[in-house]
Each structure stands twice: as C-alpha cells, then as structure tokens.
Design a protein around this ligand. Structure first.
Ligand code: SF4
Length: 222
C-alpha cells in the first residue's frame, strides 16, 4: 500500500507554523467555563454543525456552563435550549436532538456517553464526523480519524488522495496515513484549513508545506 511521502517533515512543518494560532476549542485540553467531558464534547459537536466556530463556542458555553449532563439538559424545555444556543444554525432542530440524545443516554446508557463507535452512530443527528470526534476528544481513544471539510479538502489538494466525500477520505487516509498521526491529524488540519489552506484562494505563498503540495484543483491562490 502506498504511504504518504515526507510525512514526518510535513507534520513537523505544520506543527511549527501553527503554534502561532489557538487550536479549535473542541481539541483544546481544557475549556474555559465548561467542564470537558464526553457529553459536553458530543453536544458541542452537534452545535458546531454548519455553524462558525465563534458562534458555536458562545452557544456551547451558554448552554453547557450550567447544564453539562443529560439530566440537567432534560430539566430544560426545547424552547429554553433553543434560546440558549441561538443563533447557531438550525437551533430549533439541534435543541430537539440534544434533548432526544440526553434522554437516550440517560435511559439506555445510565447517563454515560457510549464508548462504542457504532453505538454513537445510532444516536439521533450523530454521523461519522461527530462519532469520531467524541471518540478522539471525548473518550481520548486512539484509532479514529474525524474528517470535516478541511480534513477532506486539504489531502485532496496535496495529492495524497482523490476522493469526493468525507467518508471516502476517512477510509483512504486510514490506508496511507501512519497511525501515529491519526490523533493529531484533525486538530492540525482544521487549524491549517482555517488559517492558510483556506477553501477559496489559499495562502500558498505563506504555506510551510508548499514544496510537498500538488495543488490539485487550486485555481487561484495568494
Ligand atoms: S501549497 Fe497552497 S494548496 Fe497546497 S497545502 Fe499549501 S496552502 Fe494548501
């Protein structure tokens, strides 16, 4: 099986460059105001879907600061949750899902977020990205690769893989990316995608790994 060339050097250069910036909140070891647990990780991830990071962070803080467990969430009405998380995208749908998930976790799992990937996928509104994030950042498990839009776009630009969907990216990367890098991959590539290899017109002139990039599909860059 083909492996990615110069992977050690690429990760080293990315780490060096990205120390200037703050890691995305979901991958920070400690959170301000909110206790970081598998449950708060799960709810934060649901809030983040189709929502900007700064809006997600404020919503997560206002909901989870005083309601950081399924039983506390169930003390709130859907309207109360919606008003605490507003203006995250789809705040009414998310409010409903967060209540449903809290009830299932309390009734079926004794209040604890399942540590099994396939069980996580059975929760309403939980897809592969969220389940992977809960495994990596909530349960601190190894062997999982959360793929968001940045983690999907950048390996395709670099020429590592040729995939159309994040699920294909997850499977392809698992074949060519050495396992030692799986845990770090998401936080590093999300930050890199937010700051340098942005979706439109990436900052290639400031990119520490330009020499290793095939720039597949990149029409304009700065
Ligand atoms: S050279 Fe440009 S396209 Fe390639 S990884 Fe760097 S910023 Fe992204």
């Amino acid at each position: 099986m083909k492996k990615i060339e110069n992977i050690d050097q690429i990760f080293k250069l990315l780490r060096q460059e990205l120390t200037k910036y703050q890691l995305p909140r979901i991958s920070q070891e400690k959170w301000k105001e909110v206790n970081r647990t598998p449950f708060t990780t799960l709810v934060s991830c649901i809030l983040s879907l189709r929502t900007k990071d700064d809006v997600t962070d404020k919503a997560a803080e206002s909901l989870l600061k005083y309601h950081d467990s399924p039983d506390k969430i169930l003390n709130l009405s859907e309207d109360e949750i919606a008003s605490l998380i507003y203006p995250v995208g789809f705040y009414r749908t998310k409010s409903k899902k967060i209540k449903e998930i809290s009830k299932i976790i309390l009734d079926k799992y004794d209040g604890r977020v399942p540590e099994d990937f396939d069980e996580l996928l059975t929760l309403p509104g939980v897809g592969r990205k969220t389940a992977n994030i809960v495994m990596v950042y909530g349960h601190n498990k190894e062997g999982y690769l959360p793929i968001d839009t940045h983690c999907h776009r950048i390996p395709n630009r670099l020429g590592w893989i040729k995939t159309k969907k994040p699920e294909q990216t997850e499977a392809s990367l698992k074949e060519i990316l050495p396992k030692d890098y799986w845990n770090e991959f998401n936080s590093l590539f999300v930050l890199f995608g937010q700051k340098i290899c942005v979706p439109i017109s990436p900052l290639c002139s400031k990119c520490p790994i330009e020499n290793y990039c095939k720039k597949i599909g990149v029409k304009n860059h700065r």
